[in-house]
Ligand binder design. Structure first.
Ligand code: ACM
Length: 691
């Protein structure tokens, strides 16, 4: 059969096109393949393979793989039967083989179709499973499978999703439902954030108070609890909210996931985010007082005994190569005055508390390595020196990941600005309350996890990518699905498909269809077709009299949110829904915003105004006052207006313009905005527009 290599570019046409090849007497029908993640290579051929009730299939693989693949097919809507002999003239052959030309990944597969036989070959059970998922996606479009040859393999070995089951607990059946979907899109890791202040979620036989007390709290909804008493309660308390997985639950989940070629990675937080442990076992904190600290006492030998005992039980039930030890956001304050921590620092010659944290991570790594496991941690594990075999999850941007690969370590990219699905995915006023931010589907899809700046060998250490759902503001299962899909599916394509094969326009067409399919399957996906998009002011630049003019800062901008530096307030770009989009500049001091713009010549002015945003959760507030003045010489200013605003704390994300209108003349414009005495917080302003 003559073939036509369609896939030199992935811009799949929406409509079928009849290709008439001069060199070939046969017509090849090039269609659109609705397969996500988009495969590496698709060669269109002539003909179709019809799936009918008499179609049969056979699997040639190890016993375990054979069972997994057969179960997948028999549970699917294909409606086909198993047949060990390949005699039927409408047969699907699935086979693990020793070698496949052109594939480099053990997870790759080759799918070929001709009129009588549809064949999937792979180097492993996982590869075969992914080939079948591709077939299932094609068959969901039509039982007439176009004659194609697909050679497909993942770009990254690690394609993960993290679910925070501490802030809100979701039962094992719900986790299984997500595993079904993740595996359909060729995700191969599920990272469970099992422990945090809001609840410990794993039975540990040696330490029963972790699940008798630390898994239960006084309020069901995290936000009520966090803004309320933040107390734990006994499991037997009639008002207890929470839950945990028993070790048998975990065995069941791990086995279920493994049949779908997903490894579950447990995260046990240390040394911080451990208020719940330190209330159940206060002797493990520096003060021994419950409800006092989030950090373990890392100078105390008993802490190592506790953590090692916990990890022994964890390793017993999670076969994963990686054990995630958290490592993020330690306050470290109590270590500075704790007798045991100080003694440990002295004994080990550690110069600061960062090195003390690093000492602890090194020890835990040694322990894990001695049990044949590897340590995975958030990028703070770089501080004070990285443990020799550790893999880093880069979440505070990509710098941690870059630093890790430059030091020869593997890294998993999961930067907040692309991979944190707890932020708004559309205009906040149209969405349920989220933690803030704005991460639409297009932004997730735009992520390329391999920075150009890396050398070839450094690039090879980018092990993969992960989407994270933190659940502070996600109290229900329906809401979890809403936040995850379709964003997680965009990230599945980022993780699997070649960069040059990816096209946002093409993905968007598939994603719209995917959302409909997910709803039919009972997943509460975000309604992509009604997406509003970014704040309209942010969609195009604005021309005005101060554009490009120099800004003098009487009060400094906050270095954590510099946006575009000293150009931000006159660069013509207004901010979107997210204060972290590098258009909004942050001001955190009591002086708030105090800047002077030099218009370079005396200018007639009719309007001076700026937008501010408020989102109270992360401490972003409106100003209580704006003062606008002009001057001819930059020394003597005439005040044009003083705008007062009553700052009110609420759940909404809001935007407000503070300005003056009239007629004046001046060369210098001074814009001041002061935070409220009551709330303070950060002021975010995007552009001072002078007209
Ligand atoms: C994190 O978001 N604290 C890893």
């Amino acid at each position: 059969m003559k073939s036509f290599n369609f896939f030199s570019s992935v811009s799949l046409t929406a409509l079928a096109v009849i290709m008439n090849l001069a060199s070939c007497t046969q017509d090849v029908v090039e269609g659109k393949l609705y397969v996500t993640p988009v495969p590496s290579e698709v060669i269109w051929q002539k003909g179709v393979f019809r799936i009918t009730p008499s179609t049969t299939f056979s699997v040639d693989a190890s016993e375990a793989d054979k069972n997994n693949i057969e179960s997948l097919i028999l549970a699917s809507s294909l409606g086909i039967k198993k047949s060990e002999n390949n005699k039927s003239d409408n047969h699907i052959v699935l086979k693990v083989v020793g070698a496949l030309h052109g594939l480099t990944s053990m997870e790759g597969y080759e799918l070929s179709v001709d009129d009588d036989v549809l064949k999937i070959e792979a180097l492993s059970g996982a590869g075969l499973f992914y080939g079948v998922q591709t077939l299932l996606q094609m068959a969901s479009e039509s039982p007439e499978i176009p004659a194609v040859k697909i050679n497909d393999e993942p770009r990254f070995q690690y394609r993960g999703m993290m679910l925070d089951v501490s802030r809100h607990f979701y039962d094992k059946e719900f986790v299984k439902k997500q595993i079904d979907l993740l595996s359909y899109y060729k995700i191969n890791r599920l990272h469970l954030h099992l422990t945090d202040a809001a609840g410990w979620r794993l039975e540990i036989k040696k330490y029963p108070r972790l699940t008798e007390l630390a898994a239960w709290r006084t309020k069901a909804v995290w936000k009520d609890w966090w803004n309320g008493d933040r107390k734990y309660c006994e499991e037997t308390d009639p008002n207890a909210h929470g839950g945990y997985y028993t070790q048998d639950d975990i065995r069941e989940l791990v086995a279920y996931a493994s049949q779908k070629y997903i490894t579950i990675i447990p995260e046990i937080e240390m040394p911080a985010h451990s208020e719940e442990v330190l209330t159940a076992y206060p002797e493990l904190s520096c003060t021994h007082v419950p409800y006092k600290q989030a950090d373990f006492c890392v100078g105390n030998e008993k802490v190592y005994e506790f953590l090692e005992n916990v990890l022994l039980e964890v390793m017993e039930i999670f076969p994963s190569e990686y054990i995630h030890i958290g490592g993020d956001e330690a306050g470290k304050a109590s270590w500075k005055t704790c007798r045991l921590c100080q003694a440990r620092m002295k004994e080990e010659g550690l110069k600061d508390v960062n090195e003390l944290q690093s000492y602890m991570i090194h020890r835990m790594e040694k322990f894990l390595n001695s049990h044949g496991r590897n340590l995975l941690g958030w990028d703070e594990i770089l501080e004070g020196g990285l443990a020799p075999n550790a893999t880093v999850m880069s979440w505070r941007g990509t710098e941690g990941g870059i630093k890790a690969v430059k030091a020869g370590h593997k890294t998993i990219m999961t930067p907040g600005q692309y991979c944190y699905f707890d932020g708004y995915q559309d205009a906040p006023q149209t969405q349920p309350e989220a933690i803030g931010g704005y991460l639409p589907l297009s932004k997730v899809y735009s992520y390329n996890p391999v920075p150009d700046s890396l050398s070839k060998s450094e690039k090879e250490l980018i092990y993969g990518v992960q989407g994270n759902l933190w659940t502070e503001y996600v109290p229900t299962k329906e809401h979890v699905e809403y936040m995850l899909y379709p964003r997680m599916i965009a990230l599945a394509e980022v993780g699997w498909s070649r960069q040059e094969n990816r096209s946002w326009e093409d993905f968007h067409i598939r994603a719209l269809k995917t959302v409909d399919q997910l709803k039919q399957k009972g997943y509460n996906a975000f309604d992509l077709k009604n997406e509003v998009g970014n704040r309209k002011e942010a969609q195009s630049p604005i021309e005005h009299l101060a554009l490009g003019k120099k800004v003098k800062y009487n009060a400094s901008a906050w270095k954590n949110y510099p946006a575009n530096g000293d150009n931000t307030l006159t660069d013509g770009h207004r901010g979107g829904w997210n204060y972290n989009d590098r258009m909004w500049q942050g001001f955190v001091t009591k002086d708030g915003v105090d800047v002077v713009i030099d218009l370079e010549t005396e200018t007639e002015i009719h309007s001076i105004a700026a937008d501010f945003m408020q989102i109270c959760g992360p401490g972003v507030f409106m100003p209580a006052k704006a003062i606008i003045s002009v001057s001819a010489d930059g020394e003597n200013f005439t005040q044009l207006v003083e705008v007062d605003h009553k700052v009110v704390k609420d759940d909404a994300v809001s935007f407000k313009n503070f300005g003056w209108k009239g007629k004046t003349k001046g060369r210098y414009v001074r814009y001041q905005a002061l935070p409220s005495k009551e709330f303070g917080g950060v002021l975010f302003v995007d552009e001072i527009v002078v007209l």
